[in-house]
Write a protein that binds this ligand. Structure first.
Ligand code: SF4
Length: 65
């Protein structure tokens, strides 16, 4: 929750695809970070997010159609 991913200067995510929201954890709700899946078509696949997260909390995946 360093919130670097929420920075809108484009250094973390050029498309600003991360946002703060209330998320469910085991037995409680608290502030967390979500990804704008509805806007995933804007993702340019630069992987800046994966490389920039200091906790390594973001991992890219390969989707096979
Ligand atoms: S790979 Fe997609 S989500 Fe990650 S920083 Fe680049 S545009 Fe943003």
């Amino acid at each position: 929750m360093c919130e670097k991913c929420l920075n809108e200067n484009g250094n973390f995510c050029p498309k600003n695809l991360f946002y703060k929201d209330i998320v469910k954890k085991v037995g409680r709700e608290e502030e967390g970070i979500r990804y704008k899946y509805k806007e995933i078509s804007k993702c340019q696949g630069c992987l800046k997010c994966e490389l920039s997260c200091p906790e390594g909390a973001i991992q890219s995946v390969t989707i096979v159609n």
